[in-house]
Design a protein around this ligand. Sequence first.
Ligand SMILES: Nc1nc2c(ncn2[C@@H]2O[C@H](COP(=O)(O)OP(=O)(O)OP(=O)(O)O)[C@@H](O)[C@H]2O)c(=O)[nH]1
Ligand SMILES: [Mg+2]
Length: 319
Amino acid sequence: MPANLPPTYYKLKHQHEAAKTDEERLSLLEEMLRIVPKHKGTEKVVSDLRKRIAVLKKGGSAKGGNKSGKKGYSEHIPKQGAGQIVMLGPPNSGKSSILCKFTKAKTEVSPTPYTTTIPVVGMLPYENIQFQLIDTPSIMQDFISPSVLTLVRNADLCLGVVSLANDSLLDDLEMVITIFNDQRDGAAEDEEGYLVVANQLDAPGAADRLEILKEFYGDTAPIYALSTETGEGIDELLRGLYSILDIVRVYPKAPGKPLERDNPIVLPNGSTVLDAALGLHKDFAEFKFARIWGPEWHDGQPVSRNDAIFDGDVVEFHL
Ligand SMILES: Nc1nc2c(ncn2[C@@H]2O[C@H](COP(=O)(O)OP(=O)(O)OP(=O)(O)O)[C@@H](O)[C@H]2O)c(=O)[nH]1
Ligand SMILES: [Mg+2]
């Protein structure tokens, strides 16, 4: 059933798009909700408006209650683990499902759009490390909470989550990529700041939609198909996350102790022996000498502090 919205509604909508502050946005949304006719055809519009109002009232804004410490959520989530990864996507793409299925965090999963209203953090295990994964409130065509944008800007990596169950897939991804590009304008040219998860691979018609998605966006972004229902695709996604984060794992070894690769120091690719020492403990910065094991080295070869280290190296520091 068509919504048939009155012209005043569209006028308010345009004003809302142009609004500069959250106070303005909130009052315009409330006015839109007040004047919108309430019938079957406008159910979705009404529920969208209610959700947006709820998000704004919760302080989902740069100038929300956060700084005053009264309400809302903090825009900054301290980094933990091997990299901070922020999910972003349209409603019902399955962001909360990904968090619940692959981390120990708990959050609500539901067929109702805009269920998630604040970011939720979980730790995503991969081999012997963990990534910090953040679920966020869904984005809309003309609205995204400024606090979510702050998370996107500060993340080590963004994960655009779209649904293969949905015919609006291409538009959804376009919207997500536009946001990533806008927010990460200052990022280095060669820095790949995001990847795409095409979720709900188990849904009817998903394989065909995936083909189309890859045809249109395969050159723009790395695309990983996933099903939170069956778990298909998670191993490839985890490897993709590791590789795009561009990190290395090095393993400290105490003198006289055996070589073990179970408790890594995680560092950016291109780090040095000195960075590894600092990653272990600041006292190690003054080490007298270091020896290293790995495919690039002779076993136990002495290295100097400015030598580059490689993924999987074992380093022994002598103080
Ligand atoms: N078949 C199938 N359904 C899925 C999959 N992932 C999520 N769903 C369903 O899709 C619906 C939305 O999932 P959520 O995880 O709540 O989606 P969201 O992106 O967090 O959406 P918001 O409500 O906007 O926060 C739920 O009914 C899930 O059970 C999937 O891989 N396959
Ligand atoms: Mg959610």
